[in-house]
Design a protein around this ligand. Structure first.
Ligand code: ING
Length: 302
């Protein structure tokens, strides 16, 4: 049995004044906890180094740039990479990426996969950007991911931790296509960090269902593709805005095998048998045997 011991590194709120060093200290403490619990890898949230800045309409470009990383690792995050190498624990980390490509500034909502040797082995740029691109003052708070990020090129998998691992970010988890594209590449476990406000301005009636919808999406994706799914929140009240917790680890059966119970920094673990994927990928979800792509054209037409 290929067991992968996974830790959720759920973060509580990060306030605007909390510098990256203080957040990295929190994450290092959680990595030590995860190691003590036998974890091989720890999953941190989306945009884990700063407060969720897309909640604000930021006009000054320098003010906006301050929330992005121009290189990774960098001075602030090096301690996390060093600890990963010292403990032999890998990690998934979400952050805002500012890349200068062909002389142009490009901004992505990014996640990286780092090995137990402290080396970046994969990078993912968020595909599904929720919210809006222009200032909408009618909202209690903004959700300007369509303004502050470009969509990434797609979903890939990496051989790591003894299996086939994939990455996604936050809103990606609500779209069946995310999991299917990973599943078609043989993905056995997907890491997904998220920042999800309890209040969804366009549909306030859904606020009471925000935890349910989070878990529903993760469970459906896992079961329908015979893969493990690990969803990890940045939770609690940041600058007056409350975000859900609900971090959980879902088995290929669709069952939740571990969850965080608070809305603060919290480490919870699960012993995940990657071999458990096979009984779903070889029966109910044997894609080659059962799928009918000729009937699915609408999904990729604009
Ligand atoms: N956040 C939210 C998410 O998809 C959202 C945005 C909330 C969209 C509720 C729709 C409904 O979980 C991010 N960062 O994508």
């Amino acid at each position: 049995n290929r067991y992968l011991n996974v830790a959720m590194g759920q973060l509580g709120p990060i306030q605007r004044a909390d510098d990256r060093a203080s957040v990295v200290r929190r994450m290092c403490e959680m990595m030590r906890e995860a190691k003590a619990l036998g974890a091989h890898v720890i999953v941190y949230p989306e945009l884990a180094l700063t407060t969720f800045f897309p909640r604000w309409y930021i006009e000054d470009e320098h003010e906006l740039d301050a929330f992005y990383e121009t290189e990774m690792p960098n001075a602030e995050t090096l301690p996390l990479f060093a600890l990963a190498r010292e403990l032999g624990v890998g990690f998934y980390l979400g952050y805002a990426e500012l890349a200068i490509e062909a002389g142009r500034k490009r901004r992505f909502n990014t996640a990286i996969l780092v090995s137990g040797q402290g080396r970046i082995i994969a990078k993912y740029r968020k595909v599904h950007l929720p919210g809006h691109a222009e200032h909408e003052p009618w909202r209690r708070f903004q959700h300007l991911e369509k303004r502050y990020f470009e969509p990434g090129p797609g979903f890939g998998v990496t051989r790591a931790f003894g299996g086939v691992v994939g990455m996604a970010l936050c809103n990606d988890r609500r779209w069946a296509e995310t999991y299917r594209v990973l599943g078609l590449q043989g993905c056995e476990m997907t890491f997904i960090g998220y920042n999800t406000p309890v209040h969804n301005a366009p549909a306030p009636a859904h606020d009471d269902l925000s935890l349910f919808h989070n878990q529903l999406a993760l469970q459906a994706g896992a079961y329908q593709n015979g893969m493990w799914v690990v969803g990890v929140a940045k939770a609690g009240v940041e600058e007056g805005v409350d975000s859900i917790g609900g971090s959980c680890i879902v088995a290929p059966s669709g069952e939740v095998v571990s969850r965080c119970l608070t809305k603060d920094d919290e480490v919870m673990v699960a012993r995940c048998s990657l071999d458990w994927c096979a009984i779903y990928k070889r029966t109910t979800f044997d894609f080659d045997k059962h799928r009918q792509p000729h009937a699915y054209g609408l999904i990729v037409e604009r």
